[in-house]
Write a protein that binds this ligand. Sequence first.
Ligand SMILES: Nc1ncnc2c1ncn2[C@@H]1O[C@H](COP(=O)(O)OP(=O)(O)OP(=O)(O)O)[C@@H](O)[C@H]1O
Ligand SMILES: [Mg+2]
Length: 253
Amino acid sequence: MARRFSVSGECNPERHYMLPPLRRLPMVRKLIDDKAYFVLHAPRQSGKTTAMSTLAGQLTAEGRYTSVLLSHEVGSADLGSVGAAEEAILDDWRACTDLLPAELQPPPWRSAPPGRQIGAALGAWAKASPRPLALFLDEADSLAGPVLVSVLRQLRSGFGLRPQHFPASIALIGMRDVRDYLMQAGGSGRTGSASPFNIKDESLTLRNFTPAPRRPVDCQPEPCLVSRPMISPSRCVLAFRRCDGCEPRRCFR
Ligand SMILES: Nc1ncnc2c1ncn2[C@@H]1O[C@H](COP(=O)(O)OP(=O)(O)OP(=O)(O)O)[C@@H](O)[C@H]1O
Ligand SMILES: [Mg+2]
């Protein structure tokens, strides 16, 4: 399939021209291996979903984790109650987890009272999964009010049971840090014992895209050129001048 530039939503390497997304998150892998719960926040359309969904695919393919990117977005609609929001979220998660290899898919979601459904589902999945779960919860700050507080409290409540009985590592992905969205939900934003998410290890943001590390290549420009002493690798090409004949040179492009 011919590739094109993505201008709407997550990039897919089979369909879109892409810059390597994981170089922007050099520190995430260690947090996951340390079984951390952490926050990744960055502005709108900065590549959060693309980067974390790529990482999830890679972690699962490597065979050490069951990893997937799931979204909280459907829970942000005005559904009238915490229980209804949880049901919508779990239904949406099922559609994403169906894409995992069969042996890594979660068991049917366990029925649980409102305010416990997300925690019960994650607990049952962690127990059944042959590998530790590393889950990336996108649009985490799209939830509001009691739904947001309830979901965060359920994550905190299961935290001590990881990795056998709850996901080993969870990333909350959104535009804001968790303290800021708790403030919006009407809380104090403090991370004291009353906070529903005082288990956060780290708040990260995405690095800017950077050029690929330069590596020496055999450079034989046409027509034959010889370089003057290089001022800097990035100006190498500008430093060429014509000559009558020379050896191919090593330079940086
Ligand atoms: N690795 C990449 N290479 C090239 N372009 C990218 C890459 N990652 C993201 N983009 C560009 O950024 C756009 C948004 O990507 P993505 O949906 O991953 O960002 P986001 O931060 O999750 O956005 P939102 O805040 O709206 O959820 C893509 O449509 C694409 O144009
Ligand atoms: Mg996104």
